[in-house]
Design a protein around this ligand. Structure first.
Ligand SMILES: Nc1ncnc2c1ncn2[C@@H]1O[C@H](COP(=O)(O)OP(=O)(O)OP(=O)(O)O)[C@@H](O)[C@H]1O
Length: 224
């Protein structure tokens, strides 16, 4: 039996889509490594939208980035998974790793310890991923003093009122924790004004605009 001819509307797109369009489609679905492969350190006050922004980056460029999973002594929030959101460890194990010089940065915040292990960064980089680190001010200072060469992004809120309403709107923090985070936000914002500390400061007002600024920065050519 001769093959049935498909009506035009059902012809597979492959045969009707111009090559240039196909290439663009292909580029978007393939891992698209930035020219600059150094780890990207993203900092900014709690609740400003760091997580929201880098998750968009991961979704829009699959298989390209890896979030450095931090170690912490704090307990998991509802829905958080060990080794995915954090490596949840007891204080003794955390201190053990400090003694072995196993962290690129570590800090205490809100009564808990947080840190990025050298091993975590090495593992992801060796898989060809661009590592993204979500860390706070003290961690940024330590990485800047370390031998790690990184790019530094600071995410700022459009206003402190907006920051507070995002923190509250997220619904993950108790009042005491919100107050601590807001107090710390003032220090973070002050530090961000130090010249030369960050390569870019992104004000996260309109989300898509902020995302575009982040994407452009991450993918800018090496010589610009
Ligand atoms: N541009 C934006 N406009 C309005 N709301 C936003 C915007 N960006 C993020 N948010 C919301 O703000 C809240 C905090 O965002 P997110 O959890 O990403 O912050 P974070 O900086 O990663 O916080 P933390 O450091 O505590 O993990 C979330 O509910 C998120 O949906």
């Amino acid at each position: 039996m001769p093959p049935r001819l498909l009506p035009h509307a059902l012809t597979p797109r492959l045969f009707t889509t111009p090559i240039r369009q196909l290439n663009r489609l292909h580029a978007r679905t393939m891992a698209s490594l930035p020219a600059d492969r150094r780890p990207i350190v993203i900092s900014g006050p709690s609740g400003v939208g760091k997580g929201t922004l880098y998750k968009m980056l991961f979704e829009r460029h699959p298989d390209t980035f890896a979030l450095s999973v931090s170690h912490t002594t704090r307990g998991p929030r509802a829905g958080e998974v060990d080794a995915v959101d954090y490596h949840f460890v007891p204080t003794e194990s955390f201190e053990d790793l400090i003694a072995k010089d196993g962290f690129v940065e570590h800090a205490k915040f809100g009564g808990n310890r947080y840190g990025t292990s050298k091993m975590t960064i090495e593992e992801q980089s060796s898989k060809g991923k661009v590592v993204v680190l979500d860390i706070e001010m003290e961690g940024v200072k330590q990485i800047k003093q370390s031998t790690i060469s990184a790019r530094y992004v600071f995410v700022a809120p459009p206003s402190t009122d907006a920051l507070e309403s995002r923190l509250r709107g997220r619904g993950t923090e108790k009042e005491e924790s919100i107050q601590k985070r807001l107090a710390q936000a003032i220090n973070e914002l002050e530090y961000s004004k130090t010249p030369g500390v960050h390569d870019i400061i992104i004000v996260n007002d309109d989300l898509e605009t902020a995302y575009k600024t982040l994407d452009d920065f991450v993918y800018k050519p090496l010589d610009s």
